[in-house]
Design a protein around this ligand. Structure first.
Ligand SMILES: [Zn+2]
Length: 306
């Protein structure tokens, strides 16, 4: 669709006013930095770490109090994306608002979910469980993120070839961290592989799978919580029975989504002495992606190895 002429004119005037003299090329800041927009601060933080002072990063969702699954865009988001040289989205239905913002933009777009080997239609997908629903929370999958990090460095190099050595070096540091996480998850698998976990929302699914944990969540529970719909009474009853059965080693929750049903399951777990590990969709407290991942894996290990 064509961009409305009026909006275009307004943007140019604003850019001229801000720049003072000349309008920078699209995708470039006044000082020649690459403008990057990420849908959440998970990708924004990684891009900032890789790009250093050669990039200027805007994360559309930055606060763990906002639920990316139901975010509504602002005029400011629209302007950021129109000025971006690179837009990083999660994809897989997680942040559909980005598509809307991209209308009329000529930014390069990186879609993390499509890099996942589990993404429907991708190579190697025949290994995936038949009919299993794609889990879009791919930033918790170190395997996929190694490729995503490499691709962010490649895209930045495309936009700013002189930064190649810096981008590659910074990306390699994060990749080394991710390889360490794969080792940590393998260690959990060796120690506690097969332990049963109840997962209230798909968010930590990749971590649980990589740690070799068995998901005993009743069918439909996690999906209802994620979609913000009520968990059917029969499913809730099943869930409480599973928690009460004594077979659950840990309860994994999403601190950013929840409701009456997850509260009941969480209360039942606490009553039964089952450790509860809460995960978030966004980075918190100014921690880097690697620090945040490390914390998540350490908490998971502590809960299932206890
Ligand atoms: Zn989610």
């Amino acid at each position: 669709m064509k961009k409305p002429v009026v909006a275009l004119a307004l943007v140019s005037v604003a850019a001229l006013t801000l720049a003072g003299c000349s309008t920078p090329a699209t995708g470039e800041g006044d000082d020649g930095t690459v403008q990057v927009v990420a849908s959440t601060n998970v990708y924004g933080s990684i891009a900032a770490q890789i790009g250093g002072d050669r990039v200027e990063v805007t994360s559309i969702i930055e606060s763990a109090t906002q639920d990316p699954h139901s975010y509504e865009v602002t005029a400011r988001d629209r302007l950021s994306v129109q000025e971006a040289g690179l837009v990083i989205e999660n994809g897989g239905g997680y942040d559909p608002f980005v598509e809307e913002l991209l209308d009329g933009s000529d930014a390069a777009v990186l879609t993390a979910a499509e890099i996942s080997p589990d993404f429907p239609g991708s190579e190697g997908q025949e290994d995936a469980e038949q009919g299993a629903e794609f889990n879009e929370h791919v930033w918790f999958d170190p395997r996929t993120m190694i490729d995503v990090v490499g691709e962010i460095a490649a895209q930045l190099t495309e936009l700013d070839p002189e930064g190649k050595a810096d981008f590659t070096a910074a990306a390699d540091e994060i990749i080394a961290d991710l390889e360490g996480f794969e080792t940590d998850l393998d260690a959990i698998k060796t120690d506690a592989g097969g332990a049963s976990v109840f997962i209230t929302e798909p968010l930590p699914g990749y971590l649980a799978a990589a740690a070799g944990l068995t998901d005993v969540t009743p069918e439909g529970f996690a999906e209802s919580v994620e979609e913000g719909t009520d968990v059917a009474p029969a499913v809730l009853l099943d869930a409480l029975n599973v928690i009460g059965s004594g077979e659950v080693t840990a309860l994994l929750t999403n601190a950013q989504t929840g409701g009456a049903e997850t509260d009941r399951v969480e209360a039942a777990a606490k009553d039964a002495g089952i450790p509860v590990v809460a995960f978030t969709e966004l980075l918190e407290d100014g921690s880097s992606y690697s620090e945040w991942m490390s914390d998540a894996i350490t908490s998971l290990a502590a809960a299932v190895q206890s």
